[in-house]
Write a protein that binds this ligand. Sequence first.
Ligand SMILES: [Zn+2]
Length: 445
Amino acid sequence: MAVSRHWAEYAWLAGDTPAKHVLLEHEGGRFTAVTPGVPAPANAVVLHGLTLPGLANAHSHAFHRALRGRTNGAGPAGGTFWTWREQMYAVAQRLDPDSYHQLATAVYAEMVQAGITCVGEFNYVHHAPGGRRYADPNAMSEALVAAAAAAGIRITLLDCCYLSSTVDGAALEGPQLRFGDADAADWAARVRGFRPNGGHALVGAAIHSVRGVPAAQLPEVVAASSGLPLHTHVSEQPAENEACLRHYGRTPVAVLAEAGALRPGATAIHATHLDDPDRATLGASGAAVCLCPTTERDLADGIGPARALADVGVPLCLGSDSQATIDLFVEGAAVEMHERLRTGRRANFAPGALLTAATAAGHAALGWPDAGRIAVGARADLVTVAMDTLRSAGADPAQLIFTATAADVTDVLVDGRAVVRDGRHEAMPDLPARLAAAIAAVASS
Ligand SMILES: [Zn+2]
């Protein structure tokens, strides 16, 4: 296999300051040499602007993209997370393996065009409406993995165990029926039978939340997910904490920790409403936290304790979750900006820490520890951000995460393959029309 060469005007290799004039050589999808401070050789593809490692979107529900810009009308009661959930369930009801494949292909292509080279798809839409199994009980997972291949993105399919509708263990009902398996053992047997096609895909596990899996079922999920990424929605809403305290006399973090669901390789999604012991438990557990700031503000969830979690050693990563926005520059900047609003202080996170959350930490949370860094031996993912657009012109390249947006991404390489060139997805130049058609097929009118 031949060595390919890219030469970056600026490349972020580590720390807070990008390196200048970096020659990036790769072969077979891996970096073989990284050399700063050299002129561009004649045989290299020149990347103008700032080149980053691949971004990882650690928390996605692809179908929520069909809700973007459709749930913001002023309702009679103003709306809450729980009224939004009704709208989300209405879309979930309309999905089948074909329509979900179409929608997810377009959504994942939008992600790659935003510089995302790996997505963690937290999937709970497993069965047909009403709960009937498809002939292939993993047909939805297959559709998502195939969509990722078509879009040119790596995927960790986090198969979500979802058994109950409330913390007290009430049965799933109505639109939730298609999310459920009979019990944790039934879920584990189904997930064991799923062998994704292609080197771009990994299988991981997920616990919907303390609402979705009763504590008595947690040990089975934890045992079945040994050695795999294990993700759980944690304390997104105060009502979840209140119900959990009423039923178990403990917080969601305490319930999950006792069952072994918080461990190295595990990720708590949101972790917005934590008390001091929760933060200490997370810090000691080795688990990561995935912040989804644009979703957390869109759904009126609250502001998570990002700095306090980082201070107790919790690795932070980022997710687009409800797809209100697919832009990890905006998510990363929002972590810092929300902290500023809450504390009245600036400079809580250095740009390098936010870029680590968007790259290496996200990939690690998804089970790809060899990605998210521009370094010899790592996967050859590159994301180039223009520094001459209306948003980025004149900015210090070291601070580009605070100014750039997904619209400034010009080139994306995934495992050594050019998927986006000159700001366009190579295989899907008609991406906006594709998205609109896929959304029209499943959205409410
Ligand atoms: Zn979520």
